[in-house]
Design a protein around this ligand. Structure first.
Ligand code: PLP
Length: 391
């Protein structure tokens, strides 16, 4: 890479000097052919790895048939995909988007439109410290994290941000104006912090008791990443609304807002729209991803391999003082370190292992869900060598 390279891209991502030209399975290749083990997974996106043959086929076929018509017209693949998603989840209705933040926006409109019909006093949404829901104004307003919202005020009102995993704080924050509770079952950007199953159950009970909508953000934790199709299944609860994205398209831009019939009552004709959301290319890929990931055997494998990775990471935690904690669930795992996480992530990269820094000084591992033992062993070897050096 040339020094002082001038880029016409807005520098919001800082300097990027690592480039990939190709990807296959769990590996990425630079233009000169250097091979990297991908435990970043495009930030928990490449659920089926790179260029999965079945996805390539489906996309090729669709690209030769029809790309885009807009949502002015019926899209049969979209209809079938929505039906399949509902069959496998709590939901009755789906709105397709292109990203996670758009799925969140739609979910917030589901909340607002529901209470606009039922009780106009209910206008506050409870969110949690450390949350990340995206970069739109509503998401910035919901998560109330200065790191992302500094300089973008005034933000939207109507969000109450309270401590995570704290039942007392939650009950105290609820009143007659509480419309919904929005929570990530596993906080991703915030530092791979899982909500306890007990906390999730408690939230569901409170929502039932106090007439509040439960809105889950499973953009990062969903689509098989936890070893279940959606991680709420571990807590044996069901939300009223859910935002999904990332893994659903395995790299093709796709997201969705799922809701029950009751919760989505206000989302009638004219209330929302998207030019591209759920276009033929996106939903044909999404259908194939769902078909592969929702298979019981596939999810069982995710669970088994994630336990193997967990066990090996815990051994590193015992070995190296530098590691404060290994945490997370499924294949969304974090290593909280004493030294700077970005520095360590860069060192891992030098050893050809890709990871993603997250909040709270955590190194995040979100590999493709198709990893095998040999990939885990390779990653653990690199982690081991790296931590040995910085000891
Ligand atoms: N919600 C969660 C939990 C996320 O992790 C993200 C992205 O990292 C988003 C929402 C926003 O998704 P997107 O970047 O696709 O807009």
């Amino acid at each position: 890479m040339k020094k002082n390279f001038y880029s016409h891209i807005m520098p919001t991502y800082g300097e990027r000097n690592l480039e990939f030209a190709a990807g296959k399975g769990c590996y990425l290749y630079t233009p000169s052919g250097k091979k990297y083990l991908d435990f970043a997974g495009g930030i928990a996106v490449n659920s089926l790895g790179h260029c999965h043959p079945k996805l390539v086929n489906v996309l090729k076929k669709q690209s030769e048939t029809l790309w885009h018509t807009s949502n002015l017209y019926r899209n049969n693949t979209q209809e079938i995909f929505a039906k399949e998603l509902c069959k496998k989840t709590f939901a009755d209705k789906v709105f397709f988007t292109n990203s996670g933040a758009e799925a969140i926006e739609c979910g917030l409109k589901v909340v607002k439109s529901f209470w606009n019909l039922k009780n106009k006093n209910k206008k506050n949404i409870i969110t949690f410290k450390g949350a990340f829901h995206g970069r739109t104004f509503a998401a910035l307003s919901a998560q109330k994290n200065k790191k992302y919202s500094e300089g973008f005020g005034p933000l939207l009102g109507g969000f109450k941000n309270i401590p995570f995993n704290d039942e007392k704080a939650l009950i105290k924050s609820i009143n007659n104006e509480t419309a919904a509770i929005l929570i990530e079952p596993i906080q991703g950007e915030g530092g791979i912090r899982p909500a306890s199953l007990q906390f999730l159950k408690y939230i569901r009970e409170l929502c039932n008791k106090k007439n509040i909508l439960l809105f889950l953000d499973e953009v990062q934790s969903g689509f098989g990443r936890s070893g279940k199709l959606y991680s709420y299944e571990w807590a044996q609860i069901k939300p009223d609304i859910l935002a999904t994205a990332k893994g659903i398209g395995s790299g093709f831009p796709l997201g969705a807002c799922l809701a029950t019939n009751d919760a989505s009552k206000g989302m009638v004709q004219g209330k929302h729209g998207s030019t591209y959301g759920g276009n033929p290319l996106a939903v044909s890929v999404g259908r194939e991803v769902l078909k592969i990931i929702s298979n019981k055997k596939f999810l069982k494998n995710v669970d088994l391999i994630s336990r193997y990775l967990w066990k090996n990471l815990k051994k590193l935690e015992e070995t190296y003082e530098e590691i404060i904690e290994v945490r997370g669930a499924g294949l969304l795992l974090g290593i909280k370190t004493k030294k700077n996480n970005v520095m360590i992530s860069n060192l891992l990269r030098k050893h050809k292992l890709l990871s993603v820094p997250a909040g709270d000084n955590v190194i995040r591992l979100a590999p493709p869900l198709i990893i095998k033992k040999k990939h885990v062993d390779e990653a653990i070897k690199i982690l081991n060598e790296t931590f040995k050096k910085i000891k």
